[in-house]
Design a protein around this ligand. Structure first.
Ligand SMILES: [Cu+2]
Length: 124
């Protein structure tokens, strides 16, 4: 794990949490997503609105992949991004304030259309 990249990601996630107004402390169960060529395994996460969910990302693919939420529409940032090199593992924390479905994808060119898509299902 690269400390600098990890710190940048933490700052991004803190910003997202503040923007969403999520300040509650209880946690949803941890989840794991493996990046492969060209898919996420599994390609869904279940979460509870307002509760942080820890997600461990592992890139078992042969090239760089990321986890990107286009729906978050943050100025200057195309959603929550976690770019992993092959063999890299990182744990992120996501908090969604409203119930609903948030799709995610790998934002590298051609990867989403090749099948690297998924969704977080947020229940009340
Ligand atoms: Cu990819």
């Amino acid at each position: 794990m690269k400390p600098v990249a990890r710190n940048a990601l933490v700052m991004t996630l803190v910003t997202v949490s503040l923007l969403l107004g999520a300040c509650r402390a209880s946690a949803s169960g941890p989840a794991t997503i493996v990046f492969e060529e060209m898919r996420f395994v599994p390609n869904r996460i279940d979460a509870v609105a307002g509760e942080p969910v820890r997600v461990t990302l592992t890139n078992k693919g042969l090239q760089r992949h990321d986890l990107n939420f286009p729906s978050l529409h943050m100025p200057g940032l195309e959603g929550v991004e976690a770019i992993l090199e092959p063999g890299e593992t990182r744990t992120i924390t996501l908090t969604f304030d409203e119930p609903g479905t948030h799709t995610f994808q790998c934002s590298l060119p051609g990867h989403a259309v090749a099948g690297m898509t998924g969704a977080v299902f947020v229940r009340p």
